[in-house]
Structure formats: structure tokens, C-alpha cells
Design a protein around this ligand. Structure first.
Ligand SMILES: [Zn+2]
Length: 214
């Protein structure tokens, strides 16, 4: 039977994959459909589209994969990410990683916001592998977020694991929910910051950090 694209029907034997009938067109029989897929099909129909037309046939499958990727942060424990890469080091110079790309989803509209994160800390006997800092940013960004919470979660994760003398995080981002709809402001950026320890209490430390971001 070469007709791969015909809807699957229970044959003599009952289906064993537990998939509800009328599954997503084009989904692999071997792989059970992601529960996101039928929801996307319904969304397509609800906005007035025809989920069965050729261009959309695999869209629920693709959207499900995309959302799994964009929300994979829920399955990541940032503290665990950092723990394997903390080193004793007697430096007391500020460490700054700037211009880290951020892609996240606004929890109010499920629409992306994106921009740059700048992360700094003042070590107190412990440093973390530099490549871990963007990974922390991703672990929190790949969830439904508001920019303010994203900013403070990154700062608090570093503060907890490194117990440094201070941490500063600044994020500048553009929100598609503002740009494409609502106020339609194309060039506005939201800037959020979270300063902990000396970054909060000592104006010179904070100024030194902000100087790095110029
Ligand atoms: Zn929004």
C-alpha cells in the first residue's frame, strides 16, 4: 500500500500508539504526535485558515517543534548548568560578557522579544567558565517571559552559584508585540537592569560596569 498520505484508519488491529484518530496530516506514523499539534490545527481553523491546504499540512508539526525548542529552558536547571564550571580563582577584577543575543517569548502574547544581554560580576574567589554565561541567558530566555523577570533571574542565578561581590545584568530588547500590533512603535527598546551586591550599593562599581556597555 504505497498511499502514505491517506489518513490512517484503524485496521483489523487497534492502533497502538494512543494517538487520537484524524491525527496531523503528514505526521510520521512511527512518532506519536506532539500534543501541541492538534492545538495548532485548531488555531489555524479558528483564524479562518484551512489546516488541510497543502502549505499548512505540516505546519502543526513544525510549530510544535519550534515551540519545544523555544521553551526548552523549562527542562534546564541553570544552577546545574553552572555548577560543573565553577573554578577557584583569586581575581577580583570585574568580568563582563556583553552583547549576548537574547531570543525569548513574551508571556502576554506568545510573540518574540529579542535583543542583547550584558552580564557582569565581581568575583570573590570563584569564577565561572565564560561560555556558561550565554547558556544561562538561554536557559531563562527559552521560556515564556517578561523582560524584567528574565533580567533578575539571570542575575540571581549567578549570585547564588558564585556568591560574588556583585552582579549586574542589563537587557535591551525589542518586543514584536509592541512593533507589530498595539502601539506599533518600530524603534523603541525596553531596557531593564538588575544590580546585586556592590553593583547596587557602590556607585563606582556600577559606573564601571555601565562604562563597559558603552
Ligand atoms: Zn507582549
Amino acid at each position: 500500500m504505497p498511499a502514505r498520505r491517506t489518513p490512517r484508519r484503524p485496521a483489523a488491529k487497534a492502533p497502538t500508539d494512543g494517538r487520537p484518530g484524524g491525527g496531523t496530516p503528514g505526521a510520521d506514523a512511527a512518532e506519536p504526535a506532539d500534543p501541541i499539534e492538534p492545538i495548532v490545527s485548531r488555531l489555524l481553523a479558528a483564524i479562518g485558515e484551512d489546516p488541510a491546504r497543502a502549505g499548512l499540512a505540516r505546519t502543526p508539526h513544525r510549530v510544535a517543534k519550534a515551540y519545544r525548542f523555544m521553551t526548552q529552558g523549562y527542562a534546564q536547571d541553570p544552577a546545574e548548568l553552572l555548577n560543573g564550571a565553577v573554578f577557584r580563582e583569586d581575581t577580583d577584577e570585574m568580568v563582563v560578557v556583553r552583547d549576548i543575543e537574547v531570543y525569548s517569548l513574551c508571556e502576554h502574547h506568545l510573540v518574540p522579544f529579542f535583543g542583547k544581554a550584558h552580564v557582569g560580576y565581581l568575583p570573590k574567589g570563584r569564577i565561572v567558565g565564560l561560555s556558561k554565561i550565554p547558556r544561562i541567558v538561554d536557559a531563562y530566555a527559552r521560556r515564556l517571559q517578561v523582560q524584567e523577570r528574565l533580567t533578575s533571574q539571570i542575575a540571581r542565578a549567578l549570585d547564588q552559584v558564585l556568591a560574588p561581590r556583585g552582579v549586574g545584568v542589563v537587557i535591551e530588547a525589542q518586543h514584536l508585540c509592541m512593533m507589530m500590533r498595539g502601539v506599533e512603535k518600530q524603534n523603541s527598546r525596553a531596557v531593564t537592569s538588575c544590580m546585586l551586591g556592590l553593583f547596587r550599593s557602590d556607585a563606582r562599581t556600577r559606573a564601571e560596569f555601565l562604562e563597559f556597555l558603552r
